[in-house]
Design a protein around this ligand. Structure first.
Ligand code: PLP
Length: 396
């Protein structure tokens, strides 16, 4: 019989499955609030001007396509490190940064390295978290548990319970934290709450793994990066995965990084050597194009300024859509307090709608969100907002 006779059909990815359902829906007024992708005021995936300009520069001076070093483009790694940790941190030499295949790739390199470093460690992710966190760390060989995060009743964070879980975790436990713009809930810790988390991580000897996929989508590039600087200032050794999928609208180019903050320059050198083994034995070395674009934008002052302006534009537009959604729902007669939608940060909102309501939204109105109630507010625009409001007001 076939080698594959006993292979079982794996379950479909829930969000990509939703996409297929959306594409097959003949409703002309359908709206896709399922996937985590930013679309502009015309409902289009943007090509940022800064990225297009960098692309033009590259195409004007075509280069042969040699292999990159295992850890990627040196100028890229350095620019990412400066963006994430600041110039002083780069000068200290104690951070190892490697180019990765998106934020997911950064998480996986870190997970594989951690598994060699501390094979018995447990990994804790937030409840709820980005779909792939559990699967990724499980596939890297870890037992994955959760720490409380979302408090449905309070429409916010179950902070006391979260902190208690961290304080009860064994030394060496890996704690995956969303640096900003929590996916899926949209609720972020306050700076004071972060200080308490940092104190717990320090006191308990936990290993923080900060997932930074939305820097610039919350309150600003520096503001959203402040958490990472706070971990740095606390003198901790920790990991950061960075994604530029959203902030550069470079989803398909797979541009990200992993950084490991170690104790000294000498230690960072040893860590880097191990990260390179993880990469070498997985895909040998990363691709050139996307990282060259990002490095060019980050290190060319005019393009950098343009990118920061375009990123601010995306951030401001999302905030405006949050405000408009709440205002229009209230104008449509919805009585509930919806101000939580404007307190949330980033591309997502836990709308508070239950699975039955989300299914009605899909079936009757062609409005596609996740059954958890997560909607992508970054996909709202002036053209689809009224239809979304009509649907939500009807199912509430
Ligand atoms: N981490 C979080 C929290 C995310 O939401 C995402 C993307 O949705 C990622 C990581 C992965 O990003 P990338 O597409 O760059 O792999």
């Amino acid at each position: 019989s076939s080698l594959f006779a006993a292979v079982e059909m794996a379950p479909r990815d829930p969000i990509l499955g939703l996409n297929e359902q959306f594409n097959a829906d003949p409703n002309p007024a359908k709206v896709n609030l399922g996937v985590g992708v930013y679309t502009d005021e015309n409902g289009k995936l943007p090509l940022l001007k800064a990225v297009a300009a960098a692309e033009k520069l590259l195409l004007e001076a075509p280069k042969a396509k040699g292999y990159l070093p295992i850890d990627g483009i040196a100028a890229y790694d350095k620019a990412v490190q400066a963006l994430v940790f600041g110039d002083d941190a780069v000068a200290s030499g104690r951070i190892a940064t490697v180019q990765a295949l998106g934020g997911t790739g950064g998480l996986k390199i870190g997970a594989d390295f951690l598994k060699r470093l501390n094979p018995g460690a447990t990994v804790l992710i937030s409840d709820p978290s980005w779909e792939n966190h559990r699967a990724l760390f499980t596939n890297a060989g870890f037992t994955v548990g959760t720490y409380p995060y979302f408090d449905a009743e309070a429409k916010g964070i179950a902070f006391d319970k979260m902190l208690a879980a961290l304080n009860a975790a064994a030394a060496g436990t890996v704690v995956v934290l969303h640096a900003c713009c929590h996916n899926p809930t949209g609720y972020d810790l306050t700076p004071a709450q972060w200080s308490e988390v940092i104190a717990a991580v320090k006191a308990r000897g936990l290993v923080a793994f900060l997932d930074s996929a939305y820097q610039g989508f919350g309150d600003g590039i520096a503001e959203d990066g402040a958490v990472i600087r706070a971990f740095l200032e606390a003198g901790l050794n920790f990991f950061v995965s960075t994604s530029f999928s959203k902030s550069f609208s470079l989803y398909g180019e797979r541009v990200g990084a992993l950084s490991a903050v170690s104790g000294s320059k000498e230690e960072a050198g040893r860590v880097l050597s191990q990260l390179k083994i993880v990469i070498r034995t997985n895909y040998s070395n990363p691709p050139t194009f996307g990282a060259t674009l990002v490095a060019t934008v980050l290190t060319t002052p005019a393009l950098r300024a343009q990118w920061e302006e375009e990123l601010a534009g995306m951030r401001v537009r999302i905030k405006a859509m949050r405000g408009a959604l709440v205002a229009k729902l209230q104008a449509a007669g919805v009585q509930q307090d919806l101000s939580f939608i404007t307190r949330q940060k980033g591309m997502f909102s836990y709308s508070g709608l239950n699975a039955a309501q989300m299914q009605r939204l899909r079936g009757e109105f062609g409005i596609y969100g996740v059954d958890s109630g997560r909607i992508c507010v970054a996909a709202l625009n002036e053209k689809n907002l009224d239809a979304v409001v009509r649907g939500i007001a009807a199912v509430l």
